[in-house]
Design a binder for this molecule. Structure first.
Ligand code: F3S
Length: 401
């Protein structure tokens, strides 16, 4: 028995009158809605689909996508998370022919569905920018956290299939973070430390994520935060914690309407130091440096180019700048690409250090991203988290210190 209210049109889709993909999607959305007690489906302004890398999907995932692509067409603006490779220049990243062939089949299926092949975890930097209060259905955890907390849009953290279902129907079940009553902070985090470099934001996300767990933090004490800092913080806080929502007093929208929660957590210099100690392994030789987790903004690419100008990446080290293809095109026009490539760096467009098939290729990575460190450990790499300057130095010298 279906518990959620369905309109006539939704019932028609569920009965298969709009084809296989719409029916399958309605089945997924109704099952989710019933599990989480949603009363109805609500329209979404955009969808972001994760689960794009063949590395994670495998043949079973590819088959599932091909079935949906037979008659499925998305109804709203839908973008993709990073794939397992640079779609145009995968060879330079050391990707095998076999993997590339499969990854291209995955992309073909998404293209057939009418999805924009954006392959980025920062859709908000390339034109899929929701408005305050808008309901959306996004999957990538850092993007979900950014949308909820920095923009003030409303989304749950969708899985790949539920995001696709929302794209085919144009709706999502109204539960969780779509409801105002579930968007109330329940832990006060007072930050009493100065954040000096980008990686400090990842370390702060680590501290807060670990300390609040499943609670929604109301963060005070942060005086200033730019887009890149917030992007980095979002990625880290949800990776090491779990809720993709926070409020930051005076910085994120909607924070002013909430009371300070009673439970108070204080973050001091010592906590940040401990975060670095826990993330950083005892390793000196660095054979991989990756900047761009989440994907680099054009400002970050410009900074990489400035620091790499007239320098040379060590022959022992692979250096990636992970970003969206659109940001790379801007970098081409500004001359940043030439500087970075002349120094021996590579652009990794459409992909990233977590979803590319990197297991066994590198022993150690240096990055500005706390989230990047988390996933690199899953790829059996030793990790170093540091400032952009430290990471560039590691790339040039092939070692950390
Ligand atoms: Fe984006 Fe990949 Fe990092 S999806 S947030 S660059 S792990």
């Amino acid at each position: 028995m279906i518990l959620m209210y369905l309109t006539k049109e939704e019932e028609r889709m569920l009965d298969g009158e709009e084809g296989y993909a719409a029916k399958k999607s309605m089945e997924i959305l109704v099952a989710l809605g019933d599990i989480y007690g949603a009363e109805k489906l609500i329209s979404v302004g955009s969808v972001q689909v994760a689960g794009v890398s063949y590395h994670n999907l495998g043949d079973a995932g590819l088959e599932f996508l091909n079935e949906l692509a037979r008659d499925g067409k998305v109804k709203v603006l839908t973008t993709l998370n990073p794939a397992g490779m640079d779609l145009e220049d995968w060879k330079k990243l050391g990707i095998s022919e076999e993997f590339a062939e499969k990854q291209n089949l995955v992309i073909d299926a998404f293209r057939k569905m009418g999805i924009i092949i954006s392959c980025t975890c920062t859709p908000y930097l390339i034109g899929s920018l929701p408005t305050y209060g808008e309901h959306i259905a996004w999957s990538e955890s850092s993007a979900v956290t950014f949308a909820n907390s920095v923009i003030g849009a409303k989304t749950n953290r969708e899985g790949g299939p539920s995001a696709l279902a929302a794209a085919f129907v144009g709706e999502t079940p109204s539960y969780g973070l779509h409801l105002e009553e579930n968007r109330v902070p329940d832990a006060h985090v007072d930050v009493r430390t100065n954040l000096k470099k980008l990686s400090d934001w990842g370390a702060l996300g680590y501290c807060i994520g670990k300390k609040v767990g499943n609670k929604i933090p109301y963060i005070t004490g942060v005086k200033d935060a730019g887009l890149d800092e917030l992007k980095s913080f979002c990625a880290s806080v949800v990776t090491y914690g779990s809720k993709p929502l926070f409020f930051m007093k005076g910085i994120t929208p909607g924070s002013e309407k909430h009371q300070l929660p009673k439970e108070k957590i204080i973050i001091k210099d010592r906590d940040i130091k401990e975060a670095y100690e826990s993330i950083n392994d005892d390793v000196d030789a660095i054979d991989f440096v990756c900047i761009g987790c989440p994907h680099c903004s054009i400002k970050e690419v410009a900074e990489v180019a400035r620091l790499l100008k007239n320098r040379r990446v060590s022959s022992k080290t692979e250096f990636w700048v992970a970003t969206s293809r659109l940001v790379k095109q801007l970098a081409d026009k500004r001359g940043y690409t030439e500087i970075i490539e002349n120094a021996g760096g590579k652009f990794a467009c459409d992909t990233c250090m977590a979803v590319a098939p990197l297991k066994g290729r590198f022993r150690s990575v240096a990055t500005t991203s706390a989230k990047g460190c988390y996933y690199s450990r899953h790829n059996d790499m030793k990790t170093k988290l540091g400032s952009l300057e430290e990471c560039i130095e590691a790339a040039v010298r092939g070692k950390w210190s």
